[in-house]
Ligand binder design. Structure first.
Ligand SMILES: [Cu+2]
Length: 173
């Protein structure tokens, strides 16, 4: 873990040494990070749900998404859904998701998603929620996310199960 961190820091230093000139920015358009097509799955008070979007790093520097926060749930976490060796879907909490220079990262059902844990309100189709994304280097991005029913967006039933057990047992690092 420490070795990996050292490597990331070293590559960030190299990239910024080459990139220069792009600091103190306000990332308005064409540079920095943009969010496209966000949506969140409708769900009831007390439940968990997931939010999805396309994160586009336009810059020439590597970055990483290191977390999320929201007022509509007890907590928000970055998860990756994947099929384990037994063919069972599992969710893995991600401390950080790499965002290489000039690439897109898609949060979508059955893959990366922002898990909203313990909703404080019903999320109904037509509602809008606010989620703040936290980055390793980029400033926070506040994303306004419309709520849809999963059936009309695909991926119905994905990224929903197993969270109750998982989150209550997760110890502090
Ligand atoms: Cu999840």
């Amino acid at each position: 873990m420490k070795k990996l961190l050292t490597f990331v820091l070293a590559s960030m230093f190299l990239l910024s040494a080459c990139g220069a000139a792009d600091d103190g920015h306000d990332h308005a358009d064409g540079t920095g990070v943009e969010i496209h097509d966000p949506w969140a799955r409708s769900a009831a008070l007390g439940d968990n749900t997931a939010a999805y979007m396309l994160v586009h790093n336009h810059s020439t520097s590597e970055d990483a998404i290191v977390g999320a926060s929201t007022d509509v749930a007890e907590s928000a976490e970055i998860h990756l859904s994947q099929i384990d060796a037994n063919g069972v879907m599992e969710m893995i909490h991600q401390d950080s998701v790499a965002l290489p220079a000039d690439t897109e990262l898609e949060f979508k059902p059955g893959s990366y998603h922002i898990m909203l844990i313990g909703l404080k309100q019903d999320l109904k189709k037509g509602d809008e929620i606010t989620v703040t994304l936290h980055f390793q280097t980029h400033e926070d991005i506040v994303v306004t996310i419309p709520v849809y029913d999963a059936a009309e967006m695909g991926g119905e039933g994905m990224d929903m199960d197993m969270h109750d057990d998982m989150h209550e047992e997760t110890p502090a690092p």
